[in-house]
Each structure stands twice: as structure tokens, then as C-alpha cells.
Design a protein around this ligand. Structure first.
Ligand code: C3B
Length: 803
């Protein structure tokens, strides 16, 4: 109750800081609340763990080099069912919960979609009562903080742990050793079995930090285990200088901000092995406490490889089964296949990880031996199956002096899935077609999903309360109940209420924009949002070109009618991705020009919010009218901001790419704005080699005028950047078909403006989007993983019958 909470809270504050509420800072109050919550859910964590243990339940382990949870306080309060009580209790003490959550630093141990998906899954797995855990790296520095200086992106370190982390628990007793480098050879032991003998290995200590993943009002608390590197006591004497120590500690110091371009850094490879080895060792150690025979481990353990970064799970698991558990190769391979499953998240070639053989051999000699043997056996076995030998060249793991991580992941997993229908189809028919022909039964689709608790219940309370009043509260447990909203699509009262909620969110975002960027925007304007990593294939440039066209239209005809629009961007570019940074600079300089041009008279505003992250997304998404999902068809595996924006009532403008197609199917053609060429047309262009960007420049005066603005000084301060963009389109033939799609994009944008002017029509479309977003709940997605791939079941109370 509220009274109990107030008593406990004051008591804890006094114990912790010897203070009363009046003297405490927001940080002290935040820490007090966090510690109170932590004590409360720790017993649930213990209970959950005991249930799994006593039931000997099969558990899934989600291995991911990225997790992107954002802030945890509000979502933990919601899931613990404490939110209202705590809010009211704090209010009574004169404290606003929002001031406390403000103190928390975003946990940004991920780059974008991949890491955020992992965190949505963690929330959903616990909320569905499923036995599933995360396994990753506790980076000392998260994704860089982005600042703009003269329109350029500048990266600052994200020292997120500097203020402490109330959610994590260091588990010294669960630390394990992870070994690198050295030499290895095989020797026969007393039983005639080959055993590896190591020399000159570097031994590092992996220390786990556990964070409770709290289920939604179900008392289930799962675990996200993140590993941090330390120098083991036994090795202390080896590393005397600060510098040597620092080199070791660097292993878990930073998250690589370039997730698509690992560039062969040893540290990155070492990171991959580090969390994989530590995680698998700790799983096997736990398994032994169940006292079940090792060859049945697949009945108790499922390991998921999230993108290729943890693909070393396969040889590492093999290593432990062979070298430590004494299995034969055949036995070890049989269980490995049954334990492992893999998700592919992209078809972009540069994101298909490959490592030079020499590097792997040097860093992980035993693992390399095992990979070689997996490869050898794969070739041997495949030769018997296929007539066309070239297929082997294209699918084997080791080729051209490189180790292909995706091939390793596919060959060693019983399940391979893509993340949206189109993406999974493309894997089968194009990208992984050879593998599909070898292992058709392994391939399946699992369309991504989002944690609707965070992205609606928490981020958009005005909308949530309209929903409660209109359709009751069952949608909070079962997002598919949002469908009931369809009964109100012609109810003007409900439409008005939804519009009022949107208005409130827009005012909120407008205030943030004023505060952080000092730009005044009107909530009457259309808020048009593109938020995602900056990448050429995502085509922020197409958006910018349309903006420039609007600007030129206004300039050429200053008194013409133009419906006010605010174009909002949020995007980080990988520090080494020069072209992406060029686009940022161009957007910022265009913003400068347009926002300060008196002719524009507030009809156009461009806002590029600095340091896009989960917390910022939680403010932007509820305020969006238009959702920009404009990647070149075939390139975006799924996208998930498309789902979050739809759920919050934004209307989508999209290409037929990734999950956009499933959004269209859910809302109907008339409630989404589709434009652009299809994935088939993209492949036809590749095949025929007939795309000519310059022809669009020559024949379309609008395109010509827009592109000239990049190089003729219209947009100031982008001499070199404007030229680079121009050249990428004209000289290098526009890799992502921006010019090809420009005209249809402009038309779709014009339709959006017309539609928006018809308030009632717009509101109805917005409602239809909200109502149909329930199918994208990550709860449903993880249930499909649980049933089809992991074969895990929700926890039940321990019954002694199970023995
Ligand atoms: C992303 C893809 O780019 C998105 O389309 C997809 O929605 C998410 O993964 C989640 O599946 N992705 C990423 O963020 N990083 C990668 N290395 C590969 C894909």
C-alpha cells in the first residue's frame, strides 16, 4: 500500500544516507527507490530460479553482443505492479517520480535495432513466464554520446556506470576463466582419447553482473547476465605495468559502434569469444547441478545466436563437450546441433562477418582446430549430397583465408530464422539459397515484435488512458485486444480524445525541442519522424531531398499554401562511416538554412535531435504523426520503429520492405502510404544492370533542381559534403535507387498532406493503425520462438511429482 511504501522508503533513505526526504538529492532518492525495488524483486528472482531448478525446466539463453534496455526504473515499477502506488506515495512526499527517473542513465549497450530487439525479448520472455535468460557483455562505456558541432557529429564517451547501477549484482562466486592465445596440440590420454595440451595461454577472468528481468505482474524474474573482464589473481604478477593491465581491461571497455563493419579488430573478436565462452561455461556448470547425463543437455538447454557475433557458441560448445565432457565428435555434434539456433538480422553484405584465419588461429588456437574439423566434415558430407561442387565453395566455413561466421552459425544450428516474412523469403531464395537447398527444414520466419508495455503503457500515458476509457484495460495484458478500438472508428468523441492525447504528446516533444535545440515548433504542424541509425540504405537522403523540394517550392512561390510540417530526425552514424556523417552534416545545414529563412514563416521546420537513444525515442514516438520507413526495398530486414510508431498512432509512409509489408497487411492498403519500387524490381535492376541515375537527373527538372542545391551554394557550408552526396548519386550511380523512388515518394507525401487536412479521415486512419498494432507484440514473437525453436514452456509451480 501507499502507506507501507512511504514508511519503507523513508526508512531506507535514512539507513542508506542518514537523511530525510527534504535534504536528499534526486540521485539519492533515485538510489533509495532503486534499492527498495531491488530488495523486493530479489526474492522473486530467487523463487523463479528455484522453480526452474526444481522442475529441471529447459531454459533458453539468448546470446547477444548487444542489449539496449534504456532506463529500467519505470518499466520495473510497471512490471512489479508498483507504479501507481509509488507515484502516489512519492507525490505525498512532494517528489515527482519523473524527476527520479530523469537521474537514471540509459543502459545503451547496443547500437540500434538488434540490441533493442534483444531487450524487448528479455521483457517479453519474463512477462510470458518463460525460462529464458540473456547473455552478453557489460561494456564499461555504452554507445557513444552524439553531439553536433558546426553540424558535424562528434562522439563523446558514454560513461554510464559513473553514477552507479542499482539493478546489477556482481556475482564473484560465478566467475569463470576464459583463455586466449598460446599453442595447443593434441595428445592421447590414458584411455586413448585425444586431449588438448596448452602452452603459454593467457588466462582472463570473466565476472558476471546479473540484472533481473522482471515479468509483467507475474512474479517471474529472469536474468540478464553480462560479463566483465578482470585479471585473475593467479596472473597478477604477469601484468605489472598499468599499460599492460589496461590492454586487458580494454576487452570489455567499449561497445563497438560500428556493428556492420568489424574491420578485423582483435578486440572485437576477443569480445565475441569472451562472452560466448563465459556464458557456455556457466550454462554447463549449472547443468551439472541437475545431475542429468551430459548427452541429454539439449533437453534442458537452448542457446540462441543473435546475429553472427556469438557464432563461436558452436565451436566453444563443441570444445567443452569434447575436451571437458569426453564426448566423441559425433555425440558432441549431435547435441550441439540440437542446442543451437540462429537468427539472421540483415542481408547487407558488409554485415556478414568474416574473420581472417590467421587471427582466429592466433587468438583461439583450439577453437580454430574445431572450426577446421567442422568445415572438413561439412565438405565431406556435402560432397555426397550435391552434384554441383561450386555449392561447397559458396557454403563452406573456411574459404579464401577467411572464416565465415554466418556459415558457421547455419551449419551448426537446427533453426535459422529471418525477422520478417520478406526477409525470411529472401534468405531462402537469394542470400542463403545454397544453404536452403541443403537444409530446407531449418529455415523459418519469426517476424520481430516490440515490448508494448514500454512503447505504449509507459511512453504514452495520455493514449493509454484514452484506451482504458474506451475499450477497458485488457489490452494491457493482451495487446491484440487493441482491435476493439475498431468499433470506434466513426465515433467522433473517441477520435477527439485520441487527437487530444496526440496533441499533448506533441506539446511535450515541442517543449523538449525548444529546451534542447532552441527551435520553436508548432504542435499544429504535421510531425514527420524518421528515427533509426544513419545508413545509406535507410535513405535519410530521400527524406532530405523531399524537404529541399518543399523549401524550393516555398521560395519560388512564397505566398502559396503550404501545410506546416516539422521534419524530425534522430540518428547516430558509426564514427567510421564517413558517408553517413556527410548526410548528418547536410541535414543540419539544411535545417539551419530553412529554420532561419523568414520567407518560410514557420511552414517548414527541420529538427535533428542530438543523441538519439531509447529515452529520446520514448518522447518522440508518441508525438509522431508520420512514420518514415523508406529503406530501399529488400534492404531493411524488418525494422521495429515502424511497429512502435504505428502503435502510437502515426501513419506510415513506406516502401514494401521488411515488416512494412506486414504492417500494410494488418491495416489495409488504404491506411498506409506505400511508394517506391518493389524488391523484385530492385533485383531486376541488379540482373539487367540497366539503372541509370543520371537519366533521372537529366529528365526530371525537380530532381535536377534539388540536387543542384547540394552543389551550388544554396545550402551553405556543405561544399565538400554536398559534392560527395551529388557524386554518390550521379557519378557512382545511386546505389540505393534514391532518384528512382523520388517521384513516387513526393507523390505519397502530397497525399499525406491532403489526408492530414481532412482531420476526421486522418484520425480514423490513425485509430486503425493503433488498433491493428497488437500483432506486433514481442510477447507473441517470443512465444513462437519458445514453441518452434527453443521448445521451452512457461514456468509452473514446482510439483514434487516431477521428482
Ligand atoms: C537490425 C536490422 O537492420 C533491422 O531491420 C531489424 O529490425 C533489427 O536488426 C532487429 O532484427 N540490425 C542491426 O541493428 N544490427 C545488425 N548488425 C544487423 C541488423
Amino acid at each position: 500500500t501507499k502507506e507501507q511504501f512511504i514508511t519503507q522508503f523513508k526508512k531506507r533513505l535514512s539507513e542508506k544516507y542518514a537523511m530525510g526526504v527534504e535534504d536528499a538529492s534526486p540521485t539519492e532518492l533515485y538510489n533509495t527507490l532503486g534499492s527498495l525495488m531491488h530488495s523486493a524483486y530479489s526474492s522473486d528472482r530467487h523463487h523463479t530460479w528455484r522453480q526452474y531448478l526444481l522442475n529441471k525446466q529447459k531454459q533458453a539463453y539468448y546470446f547477444s553482443i548487444e542489449f539496449l534496455p534504456g532506463k529500467l526504473m519505470a518499466s520495473n515499477l510497471l512490471n512489479m505492479d508498483w507504479l501507481e502506488t509509488v507515484e502516489e506515495g512519492l507525490a505525498e512526499l512532494g517528489i515527482d517520480l519523473a524527476d527520479l527517473t530523469e537521474v537514471e542513465q540509459d543502459m545503451a549497450l547496443g547500437n540500434g535495432g538488434l540490441g533493442r530487439l534483444a531487450s524487448c525479448f528479455m521483457d517479453s520472455i519474463a512477462s510470458c513466464g518463460l525460462p529464458g535468460n540473456g547473455n552478453g557483455i557489460r561494456y564499461e562505456y555504452g554507445l557513444f554520446k552524439q553531439k553536433f558541432i558546426d553540424g558535424h557529429q562528434v562522439e563523446l564517451p558514454d560513461d554510464w556506470l559513473s553514477t552507479g547501477n542499482v539493478w546489477e549484482v556482481r556475482k564473484d562466486s560465478k566467475a569463470v576463466d576464459v583463455c586466449f592465445y598460446g599453442q595447443v596440440h593434441l595428445e592421447e590420454d590414458a584411455n586413448g582419447k585425444l586431449k588438448p595440451v596448452y602452452k603459454n595461454q593467457q588466462v582472463l577472468r570473466a565476472v558476471p553482473y546479473d540484472t533481473g528481468m522482471i515479468g509483467y505482474k507475474n512474479n517471474i524474474v529472469n536474468n540478464m547476465r553480462l560479463w566483465s573482464v578482470e585479471i585473475p589473481n593467479s596472473e597478477e604478477s604477469k601484468y605489472r605495468s598499468l599499460e599492460e593491465r589496461r590492454t586487458i581491461e580494454d576487452l570489455t571497455a567499449v561497445l563497438y559502434p560500428d556493428d556492420s563493419n568489424a574491420k578485423g579488430q582483435m578486440t572485437r573478436l576477443a569480445q565475441e569469444y569472451f562472452f560466448v565462452s563465459a556464458g557456455i561455461q556457466s550454462i554447463v556448470r549449472y547443468y551439472h547441478t541437475l545431475k542429468e547425463p551430459i548427452h541429454r543437455i539439449h533437453e534442458y538447454v537452448a542457446i540462441h545466436i543473435n546475429d553472427t557475433h556469438p557464432a563461436l557458441c558452436i565451436p566453444e560448445f563443441m570444445r567443452i563437450m569434447l575436451d571437458e565432457e569426453g564426448m566423441s565428435w559425433e555425440e558432441a555434434w549431435a547435441v550441439t546441433l540440437k542446442v543451437m539456433s540462429y537468427t539472421n538480422h540483415t542481408i547487407m553484405a558488409e554485415a556478414m562477418e568474416k574473420w581472417p584465419i590467421d587471427m582466429l588461429k592466433q587468438l583461439l588456437p583450439r577453437i580454430y582446430q574445431i572450426i577446421e574439423e567442422i568445415d572438413r566434415r561439412f565438405v565431406e558430407e556435402t560432397e555426397l549430397k550435391v552434384h554441383d561442387r561450386s555449392i561447397i565453395d559458396r557454403t563452406r566455413i573456411i574459404n579464401h583465408n577467411q572464416v565465415h561466421m554466418a556459415h558457421l552459425a547455419i551449419i551448426g544450428s537446427h533453426s535459422i530464422n529471418g525477422v520478417a516474412k520478406l526477409h525470411s523469403e529472401l534468405l531462402k531464395t537469394v542470400v542463403l539459397h545454397d544453404f536452403y537447398s541443403l537444409y530446407p527444414a531449418r529455415f523459418n520466419n519469426k517476424t520481430n515484435g516490440i515490448a508494448e508495455r514500454r512503447w505504449l503503457q509507459l511512453a504514452n500515458r495520455p493514449l493509454s488512458s484514452v484506451l482504458d476509457k474506451t475499450i477497458g484495460t485488457s489490452w494491457r495484458d493482451n495487446p491484440e485486444d487493441l482491435q476493439q478500438l475498431l468499433n470506434y472508428q466513426d465515433d467522433q468523441k473517441v477520435l477527439n480524445a485520441l487527437a487530444a492525447a496526440k496533441r499533448q504528446n506533441k506539446e511535450n516533444l515541442a517543449a523538449l525541442i525548444k529546451k534542447t535545440q532552441d527551435i520553436t515548433v508548432s504542435p499544429d504542424a504535421i510531425f514527420d519522424v524518421q528515427i533509426k541509425r544513419l545508413h545509406a540504405y535507410k535513405r535519410q537522403l530521400l527524406n532530405l531531398m523531399h524537404i529541399i523540394k518543399c523549401y524550393q517550392d516555398i521560395k519560388n512561390n512564397p505566398d502559396s499554401e503550404f501545410y506546416p510540417r516539422v521534419f524530425i530526425f534522430g540518428a547516430k552514424a558509426a564514427p567510421s562511416y564517413a558517408y553517413a556523417k556527410t548526410i548528418i552534416k547536410c541535414i543540419n545545414e539544411t535545417a539551419n538554412l530553412v529554420n532561419n529563412d523568414p520567407d518560410v514563416k514557420d511552414r517548414l521546420k527541420i529538427v535533428f535531435l542530438e543523441n538519439y537513444n531509447v529515452s529520446l525515442a520514448e518522447v518522440i514516438i508518441p508525438a509522431a504523426d508520420v512514420s518514415e520507413q523508406i529503406s530501399l526495398a529488400s534492404k531493411e530486414a524488418s525494422g521495429t520503429s515502424n511497429m512502435k510508431l504505428m502503435l502510437n498512432g502515426a501513419v506510415t509512409i513506406a516502401t514494401l520492405d521488411g515488416a512494412n509489408i506486414e504492417i500494410r497487411d494488418a491495416v489495409g492498403e488504404e491506411n498506409i502510404n506505400i511508394f517506391g519500387i518493389t524488391e523484385q524490381e530492385v533485383y531486376d535492376y541488379y540482373e539487367s544492370n540497366t539503372y541509370s541515375a543520371v537519366s533521372y537527373f537529366e529528365k526530371d527538372p525537380v530532381i535536377r533542381r534539388v540536387l543542384e542545391a547540394f552543389i551550388d551554394g544554396t545550402i551553405p557550408n556543405i561544399q565538400s559534403e554536398g559534392r560527395e552526396v551529388f557524386d554518390s548519386l550521379i557519378r557512382y550511380n545511386d546505389e540505393f535507387f534514391v532518384l528512382r523512388d523520388f517521384e513516387s515518394y513526393v507523390k505519397a507525401q502530397e497525399k499525406i498532406t491532403e489526408c492530414y487536412k481532412d482531420k476526421r479521415k486522418w484520425q480514423k486512419i490513425s485509430l486503425i493503425n493503433i488498433a491493428n498494432a497488437g500483432v506486433f507484440s514481442a510477447d507473441e514473437t517470443v512465444k513462437r520462438y519458445a514453441d518452434d525453436i527453443w521448445q521451452i514452456e512457461p514456468v509452473t509451480e514446482y510439483s514434487s511429482k516431477k521428482g
